[in-house]
Design a binder for this molecule. Sequence first.
Ligand code: FAD
Ligand code: HEM
Length: 414
Amino acid sequence: MTTTLPARPAFGSLLSPTSAAVIAATAGVVAEHSEEITARFYPRMFAERPELLRVFNLANQATGEQSRALAASVVAYAVQLIDPAAPSFSHVMMRIAHKHVSLGIRPEQYTIVGQHLLAAVADVLGDAVTPAVADAWSEVYWLFATQLIAEEARLYARAGVDPATPTRPFRVVRRIEETDDVVSLVLEPADDAPVPGIEPGQYVSLFVDLPGGDRQPRQYTVSSTAVGTRLQVTVRKVRGAHGAPDGRVSSFLHDEVAVGHLVDVSAPAGDLVVPSSDSPLLLATAGAGITTVLPIVEHIARTQPQRPVIVAHADRTSKDHALRETVLHAGRQLDDFTRYTWYETVDVDDHRSRTGFMDLSEIPLPAGLHVFTCGPLPFMRQVRTALLARRVPAEHIRYEVFGPDLWAAAPPSS
Ligand SMILES: Cc1cc2nc3c(=O)[nH]c(=O)nc-3n(C[C@H](O)[C@H](O)[C@H](O)COP(=O)(O)OP(=O)(O)OC[C@H]3O[C@@H](n4cnc5c(N)ncnc54)[C@H](O)[C@@H]3O)c2cc1C
Ligand code: HEM
């Protein structure tokens, strides 16, 4: 096996010193083969536990995104155990725990995942996996698992959710056709309990039974918290590009789900929440990322109407720009609200919007700015780069990814 990391003593670390030395010696080769390992892990696990196909996102399996996210997170976790200079891992941990809680992941399932993941390591690395190597990686896995299980237990307890029944039935009471591709579904609890408390920016997992028998969950940001007895999600229909199929759940919600339909909805999850300081806030979004903007602006209008808010949004055209008027309406309740839009194609009579991609180098930014960004990864990378160049500190920039987070596990260095 190749050694790419110095064997630092894990003094004060969670890992035993023997395992720390083995991990330092093998992290490089595991990282090199990590996607091969996770690509082998999932089919193994699904063959033995086919019921898990109803919890995992099958498109993320098909595209390999979940494999990459899992592999990157395990390697990043191992590295930060042995490298005191590694960046803090807590935000990755929290993101995973929130996602797991929205899906009802239970402690006993960690044994299944651990068994198949460690077996996949042995499959791929063969003879290099001596008993000492197997033990060290098992220790890493269980340290990671134990921390996740503890965090998830805390989140379940706080939300009053039993992970054995992580969803509640909600009835669609209204559909709002926002654009050709975007629909808002307004949902009311179909049991006797009230709508749970929702922090602006949080999401829920919707579980739907698709034609053909598959059951699939997807996450949707709660796009408005204006009506306390209701919960709204806003869904962009995903069109398949280059021969890929159309999005299964978003198409189903668009085409099949009418008023009266019941859907299973998880408790709210997600740690992208607005810090309650007075600092000015920039919300920089593209496409479906707009769904995070409305609940934040509504929340600030209710709680801190004097707080300066800048909304910057990029979309293909004004016709694709969902929730535009609703955000503007909520923004009018603020003392200091500024809005910028960029469209790839601007209407001839639209003199306010800018043409092309978002360019944050050209707008005034107040001191002490905090930023939330949500949109495709390349977009968020550009936003981050532009803001760092404008001297916004990296720790003031937070983001939400509408898919497995391939950014958190390998944060950009710029
Ligand atoms: C925290 C979070 C919040 C979110 N909030 C929102 C929101 O507010 N609004 C919103 O609209 N979305 C949101 N999303 C995204 C949402 O969860 C779904 O991912 C989205 O609706 C697509 O799901 P789908 O089932 O329609 O598409 P899927 O069926 O999951 O397909 C997704 C992509 O994979 C491709 N694909 C599928 N199978 C294959 C294959 N075999 N080969 C190649 N490509 C394939 C599809 O073409 C498509 O491009 C959020 C996601 C997260 C994680
Ligand atoms: C230490 C063990 C585990 C690690 C390191 C881990 C890691 C991850 C990561 C990195 C993600 C992607 C999060 C995101 O950015 O959205 C994720 C999602 C997920 N995890 Fe885990 N996980 C572990 C255990 C489990 C277990 C025990 C289960 C239950 C079977 C599970 C089921 C899922 C599911 C269903 C998703 C969402 C997948 C998707 O949407 O494609 N995980 N996990």
